[in-house]
Structure formats: C-alpha cells, structure tokens
Design a protein around this ligand. Structure first.
Ligand SMILES: [Zn+2]
Length: 335
C-alpha cells in the first residue's frame, strides 16, 4: 500500500531464511481483512506498507532449528508471530508472546511467498495436503475464525448461555459459529443486512436484532427477561457498538471484544457500574488452530462461506475497493 487508497501489486525480492527458526512458505491463498481497511481509509498510516496477515501455503524451506514443519508440509499460519514456548504463550496468549510480531506489519502475506519467523510457534500443519475445496475454511482459521472463536471463549459462551454478537462482518459471523459449537443455548445476531442475517442463521443465530445503540440494548434486555445476555461479543470497534456491547451484557456476564477500536472512549463509571467480565484484544489464534483445523478436517464446521469474492492476487486493488465499498464481506486472493 503506497498510501491510503493506493494498493499495487509489485515484484519484491524472494524472501530468504534469516534466522534458524524461520520458514519460507509458498502461499496458496491469502485474503483481505477488515483491518486492512484502516490504512486504506487513512485511519492508520501507510507508506509503502507490505499488506496481508492471513495465509495458508506449503513450506518451501526451513531454518536449522525448525522441528515441527518441513518442506512440503501444508500449513495454516497465525497473524501474530509467536514462539509458543514463553510463559505468555504457555498461558494461551500467543498474540502477546515475548517475541510477538504482527505479520501485517513486517511480513505481508498478500504475496507469493513469505518468511515466517518462529515457524514452530506460528505455523500449524494440516493432517494431509488439502484439496482446493478446503482452502477457504483453512484460510478463515488463520484470522477471522480464530478471532471469532477467541471472542466467543472470552465471552464465556457455552451451554445454558444466551450469546449476543454485535457486528455481522466476518468475525461476528465466526463468533456465531463458535458460540454454536461451544454449545450456547441461544445466539442473538445484531445485524441489519438481509444477506448477512441469512448467513448468521446458517451459522447458528436463533434471533436477529436490527436495532443499534441504546435501542439495541433495550431489545437484548427484552429478549433476556430484562437481564441482558450472559455473553456478548463485540466485533465492530466503534463507540456505539462498544457501548452497545457493554450495555447488553448482564451483571456478572462476560464481554469478549475483538473489534479494533481506535477511537473508542469507555467512560470508566459506565464500566464500573456494569459489573461485568471483559477480555479482548488481538486473538491468540495459535491457541485454537490445532482444534480448528481438526474441526474443519472432520467437516464439523464450514467457516469458508464468509468469503464472498475470490480474486487472483494481481487483482488485489479491486478486492480492497470492493471491501471498502461494502460490495464484499471478505475477499480471498488466490495464487
Ligand atoms: Zn511466546
């Protein structure tokens, strides 16, 4: 991304092994994330920035210390580099690893090849080489599914729980899928778009709420005997959506927030009196990847439906445009 709104596909030098813990991955597919729109719209700075952090592909070369993957292995990567061995990783928060590095900032996987540092701690190989029909699902696991799953876990979704999901983008839809898989009794999708409502129901939503802000909170309370939802996922990241999520959570309930919230100001006193658990931030996708790959392999989940436009990598600029103009929810880039 040369600058906001200016994405170009250009030749770069092939990546090479720099550290013994590196792997070079020949990418099979990548995609454009909602968070890529932040620099595209000028909200984050972009000056000849490499782009992309979601990826699947085949390991081409490994450094001397890499043990869990080898050339020829098909792998799914996490969007944050992690060693998966430090205390933070061992506690399941690989996105806050002492060696954490955002793939989006330093690697850029909207590319033919990528150098992945800490390959053992970042990449997970699939049981076998998948067919192309599994690419969308595995690619979703790299971020949106992993992030939605983390949000549902952070919101303590499970049996006996009513889960409300604020946001009907790819991550919100994946949080619905996760809440269903985790056994939630009832899942309320907050959405105004007919197409996305349809997908929300496909993934397990039992109720749809179209109201937003304070009206949305009132509707959630009406649907939950005046109490609010046990579990709320915030997957948008605006002032209105965040406060809507806080307001929709019952006392003692759990809020999982994964919408990147640049400009949100949380009034301390509202959070204080809400009396809720909160957990969020960049998802430790690596924690969930082995389980998610297994569920995809067994055919238990079908997260790949979140991609509604597929383009060759060369047409990435059109993919950005389509997402920016909301003509597409999520764009897969093929190689
Ligand atoms: Zn670590």
């Amino acid at each position: 991304m040369h600058k906001a709104g200016d994405v170009r596909v250009e030749d770069r030098d092939d990546p090479v092994i720099l550290e013994p813990t590196d792997a070079i991955v020949k990418l099979t597919a990548s995609c454009i994330c909602g968070s890529d729109l932040w620099p595209y719209r000028g909200i984050e700075p972009a000056d000849h920035q490499v782009m992309g952090h979601e990826y699947i592909g085949v390991v081409e070369e490994i450094g001397a210390d890499v043990k869990t993957v080898k050339p020829g292995d098909f792998v799914v990567g996490s969007f944050v580099i992690s060693d998966n061995t430090c205390e933070i990783c061992q506690a399941g928060f690989q996105s806050k690893c002492v060696h954490a590095e955002f793939v989006a900032q330093t690697v850029g996987t909207q590319a033919e090849k990528a150098r992945i540092p800490h390959a053992d701690g970042t990449l997970v190989k699939t049981p076998e080489t998948p067919g192309p029909e599994l690419y969308p699902a595995l690619l979703a696991a790299s971020d949106v599914l992993g992030t939605g799953w983390y949000a549902a876990v952070a919101a303590d979704a499970g049996p006996g729980k009513t889960v409300a999901v604020v946001g009907d983008g790819a991550v919100g839809l994946m949080a619905i899928l996760a809440a269903k898989q985790l056994g939630a009794d009832r899942i309320i999708a907050m959405s105004r778009h007919p197409e996305r409502q349809k997908l929300a129901r496909y993934y397990g939503a039992t109720d749809i709420v179209e109201e937003r802000g304070d009206e949305g909170v009132v509707r959630i309370k009406e649907l939950t005997g005046g109490l609010g939802a046990h579990s709320v996922v915030e997957a948008v990241g605006t002032q209105e959506s965040f406060m809507q999520a806080v307001g929709a959570t019952r006392g003692g309930g759990h809020l999982g927030y994964v919408g990147v919230n640049y400009d949100v100001q949380i009034p301390g006193i509202e959070l204080f009196f809400a009396g809720i658990h909160t957990l969020g931030g960049p998802a430790p996708v690596r924690r969930f990847l082995p389980d998610l790959i297994d569920r995809i392999w067994q055919g238990e989940i079908d997260p790949g439906k979140v991609f509604d436009l597929t383009l060759p990598l060369e047409e990435a600029p059109e993919g950005y445009k389509a997402m920016d103009e909301r003509r597409a929810t999520k764009v897969m880039l093929t190689l």
